[in-house]
Design a protein around this ligand. Structure first.
Ligand code: GLU
Length: 437
């Protein structure tokens, strides 16, 4: 196969939508799988849709994900410029040429595509197969190619640029499928070889609706702000509409590059499932080096305790980085809880038993000098108070956290809280149990 050149061609109209990110990823993977060239082209000829800051968002998101372009704005590979508004003169030149070739005509100040009245237009899409459209069909209108202000429409610019940039494979959303016969006619009129088209079906929020920011669906930037890791987003998004075959789920970008094939792309729209993304995210969070995880959540943790120690308890229980604050909130202050929490069938405890256990523990703990998880655990295992170890652990957990379920066991939490705070929490728990409220 000759050298593959692919391009991701976003319009700077806002944020990095998940569907766009997936297109960028597939485009990148396709090129990199074959050792080809991945190009970033900015399609900014529709000035009405231009959003300030959108370019930065594109650069940042791609960079964040490791989708590094080989050619693009600021990285000329001999096919630039890579920003359409800087290519005006080219579009004009080729529009004039197309008039000479019979593929276009002048209409007032604009230039329109000429569609043959008879015959049919055929192209093969790698996902949707061979597509044949009669030239008389309504979808093949003689649309404007070059507007009176000299700016091209998407319909013209994509063909000129893909050709001049030597693009061999075009990956884009299936919303462009119906207009592709028009591009085929343009290639034919110029006598150019068209690229291979790979149209991908949309990413859906439910059975009938595409993901949509307006409907409240998150963009890539929203997801990272919500505590999703780029590698988790990328891994999950790769599998929304593409399958490597088999059961394996976790892939790094490098592994995706090795595994990627066009034949794995699905024709049917694929559902974006946030629950599934949470699962991927939890996996990538668990894989982070502990110090890295701690550094990422440190700002959410109560400053008075050892962030690394709390992080070690949270890491295996965190689905999103932003969960940390809530998961660790009990370190800051014991939440309100019902004394009924002390009643536990398995641990065989009641509020009455809890009171006895805590009074005894309080005395034992006061004389403990080695305030570590291990020493605390030994003390709780061996205390002689007529109750079981599990009963003591249960009761201590409730007294110092106010929660039935905590990240980490009672003694690990007590070790982090320190002696003074642990004893003070036990004392107030004893007070509540004595008063029954
Ligand atoms: N600028 C188009 C978009 O953002 C790109 C379509 C294409 O890849 O050709 O939808």
């Amino acid at each position: 196969m000759s050298h593959i050149r692919t391009r991701f061609a976003p319009s700077p109209t806002g944020y990095m939508h998940i569907g766009n990110l997936r297109t960028a990823l597939y485009t990148y993977l396709l090129a990199k799988h074959e050792g080809g060239t991945f190009i970033l082209r900015i399609e900014d000829t529709d000035q009405n849709r231009y959003v300030e800051g959108a370019l930065d968002a594109i650069f940042r998101s791609l960079d964040d994900c490791g989708i590094i372009f080989d050619e693009g704005p600021g990285k000329d590979g001999g096919f630039g410029p890579y920003v359409q508004s800087e290519r005006r003169a080219l579009y004009k030149e080729y529009a004039e040429k197309l008039i000479e070739l019979g593929g276009a005509y002048r209409d007032d100040e604009a230039i329109r595509q000429r569609i043959p009245r008879e015959g049919e237009t055929k192209f093969t899409d790698a996902v949707f197969g061979e597509i044949t459209v009669p030239n008389e069909s309504a979808s093949l209108d003689e649309g404007v190619l070059l507007k009176s202000d000299g700016l091209p429409t998407y319909n013209f610019a994509n063909v000129i640029d893909d050709h001049l940039m030597g693009i061999t494979h075009v990956v884009r959303g299936s919303e462009y499928l119906p207009s592709t016969p028009k591009y085929t006619l343009l290639y034919e009129a110029f006598g150019w070889e068209p690229p291979l088209y790979i149209h991908v079906s949309p990413v859906m929020r439910d059975a009938t609706h595409k993901l949509s920011k307006r409907a409240g669906d998150p963009t890539y930037e929203d997801l990272t702000a919500q505590g999703y890791l780029p590698e988790a987003i990328l891994n999950y998004v790769a599998l929304v509409g593409w399958s490597p075959g088999g059961e394996r789920e976790f892939y790094t970008l490098r592994e995706l590059t090795e595994a990627f094939t066009i034949s794995g792309i699905s024709k049917s729209p694929a559902l974006f499932d946030i629950v599934k993304l949470n699962y991927f995210n939890a996996h990538y969070i668990r894989e982070l080096p502990p110090e890295d995880f701690a550094a990422r959540i440190a700002s959410q943790l109560p400053a008075e305790y050892d962030a690394n120690a709390i992080a070690a308890l949270l890491q295996s229980r965190t689905e999103k980085l932003t969960d940390a604050k809530e998961l660790a909130a009990f370190f800051e202050a014991v939440p309100e809880y019902s004394l009924e929490l002390y009643r536990n069938k398995k641990a065989k405890t009641t509020p009455e038993a809890a009171l006895q256990i805590l009074v005894k523990l309080s005395t034992l703990l006061q004389s403990l000098t080695d305030w570590t998880d291990e020493a605390l655990f030994t003390l709780l295992s061996e205390a002689e108070d007529g109750f079981t170890k599990n009963a003591r652990l249960w009761v201590l957990r409730i007294a110092i956290s106010g929660l039935a379920v905590t990240p980490g066991g009672a003694t690990a939490i007590a070790a982090i809280l320190g002696k003074a705070e642990t004893l003070s929490r036990i004392t107030s728990a004893i007070g509540r149990l004595q008063n029954g409220v």
